[in-house]
Ligand binder design. Structure first.
Ligand code: SF4
Ligand code: MG
Length: 319
């Protein structure tokens, strides 16, 4: 059982070093609502993985806080975090790196279950593991085999089984299907949706893929350069994207009915996070930018339909 904790610590150590190169996320505030799939979307480097890792306690925020059902958890030590390690599980992008190559599938699944349920008998333990294997399409007869014997899709199913095996409430998934063959992405996504339904899960789902968001998300948070641009229900976001960056992202999805007016094509490069632009971080690429945008950081403002948008142009009614 010690190995399970070591694994978590290892990731933390690795990511703290990584943090030196990653610009902090600025003023991003998210409430995840029970039972939803909140998708965080944005291009590579926008800070969405940083949000995921901070929520999971793998990165310590230098400012701000993380709380879970009203309890602040970012400042807890390992021992105090233990109950949350059971309730909160993470699924990583790379199913090749996230499974220990020296452990059989059975050992991989047994370890966290045993650790969090020390009173289970051997038979109860086995039954519980077989049940979760069945639920994600992992054949229990694979139990004595090693990760290298499986395809990427099968490994990600095993990773999902490991997350589900401890009966979590909340799952943070960081690009869980983007490393997989396109042909099996939908299967794994559907499996995650089925698990949400049958286990009453809440997801924080990190992705760069808007097709995934449209299929899966209850709400969407759009990030750009470490800031939150727009937060809306999936329905509202796709029907009426407000922030110019959201419109640009949606414009990049090829569609049959490409007759959308005032959609935006992105110009220019994403600036480096080391030297953030002043004012609205999107102003260098935004066709609606004006002097105010170059100087003043837009605040997230609530709109009548419940969406929130950080854009001077939307606030001024000129977009
Ligand atoms: Fe564009 Fe200004 Fe809105 Fe930023 S605040 S997205 S620059 S209009
Ligand atoms: Mg990432």
């Amino acid at each position: 059982s010690g190995d399970f904790l070591d694994q978590i610590k290892f990731r933390g150590g690795k990511l703290v070093r990584e943090q030196e190169h990653v610009h902090a996320i600025n003023g991003v505030s998210l409430d995840v609502i029970q039972g939803e799939a909140l998708c965080v979307v944005g291009e590579s480097g926008c800070g969405k993985s940083t949000v995921a890792r901070t929520v999971m306690g793998l990165l310590k925020p230098s400012a701000g806080e993380v709380s879970y059902r009203g309890e602040r958890i970012d400042n807890l030590d390992d021992k105090a975090l233990l109950p949350y390690r059971k309730k909160m599980q993470m699924i990583f992008q790379n199913p090749y790196a996230s499974l220990n190559p020296r452990m059989t599938i059975m050992e991989t699944l047994r370890e966290p279950v045993q650790f969090h349920n020390p009173s289970l008998s051997a038979v109860e333990l086995r039954d519980k593991i077989h049940e979760v294997m069945h639920s994600v399409g992992v054949d229990p007869s694979w139990g004595e085999r090693y990760p290298h014997e499986f395809s990427g899709g099968q490994r990600q199913r095993i990773s999902i089984a490991r997350a589900l095996a401890v009966d979590p409430e909340f799952i943070v998934a960081d690009e869980p299907i983007s490393a997989l063959d396109v042909s099996i992405q939908a299967q794994v996504l559907n499996l995650m949706m089925d698990a949400q339904e049958s286990r009453n899960l809440t997801y924080l789902f990190i992705t760069h893929d808007l097709a995934v968001v449209e299929h899966f998300g209850t709400r969407v948070a759009v990030m750009y350069l470490g800031t939150l641009c727009e937060l809306a229900s999936t329905k509202n976001l796709f029907a009426e994207p407000r922030h110019p960056y959201t419109r640009a992202l949606l414009s990049a999805i090829p569609r049959l009915e490409d007759d959308r007016p005032d959609f935006i094509r992105l110009q220019g490069e994403v600036p480096t996070p080391v030297n953030l632009p002043s004012g609205c971080v999107f102003h260098g690429r935004c066709p609606h930018a004006n002097e105010r945008c170059k100087q003043e950081i837009p605040a997230l403002i609530p709109l009548a339909d419940g969406s929130q948008v950080a854009c001077h142009g939307v606030e001024e009614g000129r977009i």
